[in-house]
Design a protein around this ligand. Structure first.
Ligand code: LLP
Length: 417
């Protein structure tokens, strides 16, 4: 459920017509709905009832400070994958003690910053990384709280680029190797073993792979208990999918219930961390774009808009499908069978392909479900300034990131003498 909807013929974000935002802020422009972010966060949070849990929003999905602030105020923690994301969380008012740090390639500098800030847990993805975290912690006189990320070898049935829990993926440690690594970690002076986790992929539309992964991680927990290695945290990552078109992703409530049922059956009372990104932010954001031209081709028509693959990469990178609609429905337009494309000089630069759309130059179109992995993946390719970002809260709108200016794009560059 999101808070974007038509009233008569105008598409609104909460109480604000999207066309009014475009008039004020220009296009292309990302628009987020405060109420939608809140609603999606609460569904996860409330599903746990009394079970000890942390909902750590995956900052990689949307790192805008205002988005993080909204979630922080609701009590969210954060899942980060870089020193940059840690800095964002702190700048947004987040507390390091609510942060989990994931990722296969943490630098010594990033580890040191995370330990100094006091993050709750570092997720360890290899023996080499464990050695490094131990060394950095010792050099700082700290004990690093860690959990090992298990690669449970489960097929998440998603796009291959965003499947992470298969043997052949770069992520995590095979379950069979984990006990040995835990024994090593327990003996290290700079390490405090607190947790275990996994993250098997993103945009999962079924519950079963999550359940298989939990069972496999709990097998490791049981093995560790025999060695008297006791943990307190179970981190199950993110991955719950959203509806872009006709997918039927699990309701987060059902997903949480399924996880808790397994934990109860297996007499496991670990606190659970989830790291949802897309399920919280995906349908809380849209991209506004103006139609520049309609170009008739010999095969099909092209609706050329002012947003491009640099603003929204998902269609080009994953052949992702995003709904494209007109912001204001009247007046009548001729129905086109078309590709919606941007101005970037690549055939891969498309927002949508083979659509039926009734638009004319000057119309405002709305690309839906882009609140996650939208702006964060934007680039300046073709020296295009990145879009503005706006947060709507009821009838208020806030520009939470100004549109970049062209001169900013090369202000850090220098000419040769
Ligand atoms: N935790 C970890 C360790 C992750 O690697 C990810 C996502 C998440 C949590 C959040 O997953 P979510 O709940 O959002 O599915 N750019 C791609 C998605 C990449 C996801 C990477 N990892 C896309 O646009 O589909």
């Amino acid at each position: 459920m999101d808070h974007f909807g038509y009233r008569q013929d105008r598409l609104y974000a909460e109480e604000v017509p999207l066309s009014a935002i475009a008039e004020r802020v220009g296009t292309p422009c990302y628009v987020y709905s405060h109420a939608t972010l809140e609603r999606h966060y609460r569904v996860f949070d409330e599903a746990f009832g009394d079970w000890p849990h942390h909902i750590c929003f995956a900052v990689k999905a949307n790192g805008n400070l205002a988005v993080l602030q909204v979630l922080e105020r609701l009590g969210a923690g954060f899942d980060i994958v870089s020193g940059g994301e840690l800095a964002r969380v702190l700048a947004a008012g987040g507390r390091a003690s609510n942060v989990v740090f994931s990722g296969v390639g943490k630098s010594s500098d990033e580890i040191a910053k995370a330990l100094t800030a006091g993050v709750r847990i570092l997720s360890i993805e290899s023996g080499e990384e464990l050695e490094r975290v131990n060394a950095v912690a010792l050099s700082l006189g700290h004990k690093a709280p860690i959990g090992i990320r298990i690669n449970p070898d489960v097929d998440p049935n998603t796009h291959p680029y965003i499947a992470t829990g298969l043997r052949e993926n770069k992520f995590g440690v095979p379950a069979a190797d984990a006990p040995e690594l835990y024994r090593k970690a327990s003996a290290m002076a700079g390490i405090e073993v607190v947790g275990i986790g996994c993250h098997i992929g993103s945009q999962l539309t079924e519950i079963a792979p999550f359940c298989d992964a939990v069972e496999r991680v709990l097998d490791v927990v049981d093995t560790l208990a025999q060695d008297d290695i006791r943990l307190s945290h179970l981190d199950l990552g993110g991955g719950v999918g959203i509806r872009y078109s006709d997918e039927t992703p699990p309701d987060p409530k059902d997903y949480v219930q399924a996880i808790l049922a397994i934990l109860k059956r297996r007499n496991c009372d670990l606190a659970v961390t989830l790291e949802p990104g897309r399920a919280i932010a995906g349908n809380a954001g849209v991209l506004l774009s103006s139609v520049e031209y309609i170009k008739s081709g010999p095969e099909k028509d092209f609706v050329i808009v002012d947003a491009a693959m640099n603003d929204l990469l998902r269609p080009a990178l994953y052949q992702a499908w995003h709904e494209v609609v007109r912001a204001d429905r009247g007046p009548d337009r001729k129905m086109l069978t078309c590709d919606v494309v941007g101005p970037v000089c690549e055939t891969g630069d498309f927002i949508a392909r083979d659509r039926q759309l009734a638009v004319a130059p000057g119309d405002l179109v709305v690309v839906r479900s882009v609140g996650a992995y939208g702006f964060v993946m934007a680039s300046n390719y073709n020296t295009r300034p990145r879009p503005a970002e706006v947060m709507v809260d009821g009838d208020q709108l806030y520009v939470v990131r100004e549109r970049e200016q062209t001169a900013d794009l090369f202000s850090a560059e220098t000419l040769l003498p």
